[in-house]
Design a binder for this molecule. Structure first.
Ligand code: NAD
Length: 281
């Protein structure tokens, strides 16, 4: 039997609708400040999409679009001003920043309560400690939400996360560990990824390598979540997983597009509302 395809687009739309209803009842609206540096085409599109999605649920946004050659000290000053501005509830620094700017150092300047991306070391630490006060990075949070919609009890499952980035792989591993999975985090130096995949009950792949995960790598009935965004050999948008073949083996699978991607924006909006509520508690 073919896998159940998880419709991330629909689930994300429901989450956005709930956020919209909650925010419509609030007198003062949450506000998100977005810092964009330079003229990277894809980043400009991502920022526009985030602003549009925020507006649709009633979150105000303000874009600070800085010149490519801006000094790190000027960005730091802007972050400090936004940290001190009580009208601003969330601060998002669109990555990647131009070469030569230390993103990690700037992310540390954001007030943790306004860190809606969950990239500040304080929030990463809270996540590691299992605190419910942690702001969790939008993509892994979105994957977990998709897992939860299946209703499958994942306790004790062998979970394999492929990719160890700070924004996806590592927090994903931590979240699955908290849900009592036995977690393996694989990466580009991992030996025999195929065998690790074959032993996994749940796979989250976040590498950006097109069709890395093949049908004979996946255990029958495994759950497969595809974070990757890749162009395949025909230039078509796809993910890390050979979707058409793997869906014949898996129990649940996310498509690309329409799986994890829409959840990322929905979780960013949710994090912004949560930041507002924390600041106004
Ligand atoms: P990254 O480049 O920071 O990390 C990629 C990870 O994959 C690294 O840890 C690397 O070791 C690992 N990797 C690369 N090739 C591998 C291989 N052959 N075998 C095993 N591991 C391998 O990327 P990232 O920011 O974590 O993003 C990963 C992918 O997810 C990209 O395609 C990105 O576009 C996508 N992404 C999607 C969303 C979304 O909302 N859908 C959000 C963030 C990232």
């Amino acid at each position: 039997m073919s896998a159940q395809i998880i419709n991330g687009k629909e689930i994300a739309a429901q989450i956005r609708e709930t956020l919209k209803e909650k925010i419509s009842l609030m007198e003062k609206k949450p506000k998100l400040a977005v810092i964009l540096v330079g003229n990277d085409g894809p980043s400009e599109i991502y920022v526009r999409n985030k602003q549009k999605a925020a507006a649709e649920v009633g979150i105000e946004t303000e874009l600070f679009h800085l010149e490519e050659g801006v000094k790190a000290s000027e960005i730091e000053q802007l972050i400090e001003n936004l940290n001190n501005d009580s009208d601003v509830n969330g601060i998002l620094i669109q990555l990647p920043l131009p070469k030569g700017i230390d993103s990690a150092a700037l992310l540390e300047k954001v007030e943790p309560k306004k860190d809606v991306d969950g990239f500040h070391p304080y929030n990463i630490g809270l996540l590691q400690n299992g605190s419910d006060k942690a702001t969790i990075a939008a993509t892994p949070k979105g994957v977990l939400r998709l897992i939860e919609t299946t209703g499958v009890d994942i306790k004790g499952l062998n979970a394999l996360v492929i990719g160890r980035s700070t924004i996806v792989g590592k927090p994903m591993g931590m979240l699955l560990l908290q849900k009592d999975c036995t977690v393996t985090i694989a990466h580009s130096h991992t030996k025999d990824l195929k065998t690790l995949c074959q032993n996994a009950d749940l796979i989250v792949s976040a590498t950006g390598v097109s069709k890395l995960i093949k049908a004979d790598w996946v255990k029958k009935g495994a759950m497969v979540f595809d974070v990757g965004i890749c162009r395949n050999e025909n230039g078509k948008l796809g993910g890390d997983v050979d979707f058409e073949a793997v869906k014949e083996v898996a129990s649940y699978i996310t498509p690309v597009p329409g799986g994890v991607g829409p959840m990322t924006i929905a979780m960013l909006l949710e994090n912004t509302l949560e930041a507002y509520l924390k600041q106004n508690a």
